[in-house]
Structure formats: structure tokens, C-alpha cells
Design a protein around this ligand. Sequence first.
Ligand code: SAM
Ligand code: SF4
Length: 443
Amino acid sequence: MSTFDVRTLGCQMNKHDSERIAGMLLARGMTPVPTGEVADVVVFNTCCVRENADERLYGQVSSLSGIRRERGTVIAVGGCIGQRDGETLLRTLPQIDVVFGTHNLAHLPALLDAAAGSPGPVVEVDDPSEGDFTSELPSEREHPWHAWVPIAVGCNNFCTYCIVPYVRGRERSRTLEDIVSEVRRLAADGVVEVTLLGQNVNSYGRDLYGTPRFAELLRAVAAAGVERVRFTTSHPKDLSDETIRAMAETPQVCRHLHLPVQSGSDRILKAMNRHYTQESYLALVERLYVSMPDLALTTDVIVGFPGETDADFEETMNTVKAARYDAAFTFIYSPRAGTPAASMTDQVPRELTQPRFDRLVTEIQALALAKNVPLIGTVQRVLLEGPSKRDPRVLTGRTGGNKVVHVPLPAGVAPDQLAGMLVDIRIDDAQTWFCMGTLNSEA
Ligand code: SAM
Ligand code: SF4
């Protein structure tokens, strides 16, 4: 076993777990597979929040069947689908050699060894509410200048559509000191930007300290030596005025907030168990814009939750317009077995959800453009990420508001030379999902 390939099918929490899987495999002397080749070990790190990750996993594992027979490629599946399905995954995908749960990630190298000496597959799936916070594993960061920093795992909210509390367990926070010392180490290692991760960052610390301490954590992390701090995800019910103040007063904290609304209908929000109303959500949004007029606000919206009527959907549209979002992840509700919403009787048929979804996407695009156009002529601080995927003569980066900015590669500069640098860029043009600019020294 000498080469590995970690394939992430899922959210940011999974991306970070994938960096830790890569870190552990590198530490045992394996190397990442060269592009275009099939690795000796393929690890799927999965998400089961929506149906499409299941479908992608089945497709990708099946397509490896032939090469597994010929070359003995080892297939491991972990993350949320591993946690949810455990051994039963082997009934549908008998090609899998190792199944591991969300809390068994640190054992992956040992499980791969066990599989090598075992005639059959190896499965290890523990109760996700038990065990250690495995944050101190080695990590192979995708970019040297950015790090994901988990501050809490699990979730106590039990939104009725969501599988996360079942596969990630109850919320457990890391200590403030532990997080801050990791960020100090990362800053010393050249990291410019950290993203603090948790399913509900605003309740950070409640389990450890009896009361949430996210605002304090934000200020402490910002003082630990990195230039930019991001965080995700915020639950509207727990976003305190103290946190808004900490954001507004701390220059390192990016002026971007991801604040999932899910629906604008009070009836549906209640059925979702979200603990806020349209009115209280929009009041919170106004407080945010008053404190930070340049805030970029993004959200998640679910269309077609069981029982959603046309009138409920109109409330979602009204809320989306009033909140003036910069971007949104939009989802058609998909029933997740074992969640309360999956057994609600009034599931909404696709012929109703699809047109609603299409209208929502069109509205979000219009709002995104409306938020980008006023940036024309302004100078934005942009963290450059490297050459654009489409054109190596163009550099791509992100503003504090998480907006993608493209700039022409300056003459005499290699495409990767400026990656990880914070530069001033004058915005010359704005489209729905990106802006074009000029390096300010040239402007
Ligand atoms: N903890 C975060 C939160 O509260 O927003 C993120 C949870 S989840 C990983 C990300 C998004 O997936 C949710 O905000 C929700 O919009 C969407 N989602 C979760 N379950 C879903 C389902 N059953 N069907 C469609 N979308 C779903
Ligand atoms: Fe899922 Fe709700 Fe927890 Fe987010 S807050 S992870 S949507 S249960």
C-alpha cells in the first residue's frame, strides 16, 4: 500500500476530516496518488445530509470494482454514511474493505492494516456521542495559508429534517485554550486565514462552560496571530448581540456571516424545530446590517419541506428579498430515514418543488448581483488563492465577504507566486458570482 486518494463527498466538516485522513496516511509513509492514476487505497469521506452524496458514493465505488479485482485496490468508506449504515453498507457495496464511523477516523491506519490481514471487510463504527475529540491528529492542509479549525463537533438542535445529530452525536466543544494554542501554532506555520468549524458555532462552549463563549473565542482567536478569521455555521436562535459586537469590533474577523434561514414561513419553521420566526430572523438581520453595513450575508434554504404550501413558499421569497443575501445554498428537501420529517405524511411532490426552487434560484442570483455591483470602484482586501481553474493567466482570490475576485496575472509573476498573499484590488466589474479587478499598485 503506497499511494492514497481521499475523496470528499460532503460539507466543510468533511473537508477538514479529509485533511486529517491525508495527514495520517502521509505520516505512515504513503504518498498522494498522481493525478489520473488510481491509488492503492481509496478513502471515501462521506456526508449523508442529502441524497446526492449517497448516489455519488454508489457510483464511484461501483466504478472501482474492476480495478479492485485486478490490482487489489483497497476501498475504505468513512464519515456520515459509514456512521449511518455501518455493516449494512456492505450489502449494497460488497466491494468495500473498510467501513469506519465519524468517531473512528483516528483508527483508519490500524483498520487498513487489519483489512490487509483479514479475509473479509473490517467495520468499526462507535457511538458518535462517545470518545475523544480527535482534533490533534496530523493534518495535510489543502492550502498552506488556510486551515480549518474544528471548535465543536455534533449538534443538539434536532432540526426535524436533519440527520447530523444522529451521525455526529451530541455537541462537544474543545476548550478555548486548546483552540487558541492550535491557532497560534498555525499562524507560526504561515497560515493566514482560519475557518472555525462547528454545526452551530454560536452555542460553542455551552457543554463545557454552562454558557456559550463564542464571542470570547472569536476575539481570542483573532488575537492569536492570523490575519483572517472565518466561522461556520451560525444558528439564528443562538447568535447573540455579544457575538455581533465581537465581529464588528475585531478587524481580523471577516465581514461574512452564513446564517441559514431554511424557510420564511413561521408554520414551517416551527415544524422544522428552528426556534425563530420570520420576524425575529429579519430583526436579527437588521441588527447585523446596522452594526456592519458592509456585511456579506449568505444562507441555506430548503424548498418543499413536508406540508409547504404556495403561501409558505411566498413567505420564504419575501424573507429572502428582505434579507438581501449575497449568496445562498438552495436545496430541495430530501427525506432522511430516521428523522421526524421523513415520516411526515404531507411530503411535497417534485412537480411543485421544482418550480419553487427555480424561482428561488433566480431571485438569489438577482440579489447576488445587486450586492456585487456597488463594489465596482471600491478597493477590496483580497486573499489570493492561485491561478484560476479556467485560465492560468488569471489569479483568483476572495474578499473578506467571501466574494470571488479575478485579476490578470501581473507580468513577470509566476501563477503560484502570490498564493496566500493579502493584496488590495480595485474592483472594475461585477458579475453574479464573481468580480473582476486590478491589483491596486497597478490601478
Ligand atoms: N448546522 C448547519 C446549520 O444549521 O445550518 C449545517 C447543517 S447541514 C450540513 C447544511 C444544510 O443542509 C442545512 O442548513 C440545510 O439547509 C441542508 N439540509 C439538511 N438536511 C436536509 C434535508 N433533509 N433535505 C434538504 N436539505 C437539507
Ligand atoms: Fe442539522 Fe439543525 Fe444541527 Fe444544523 S442545527 S446540524 S440543520 S440539526
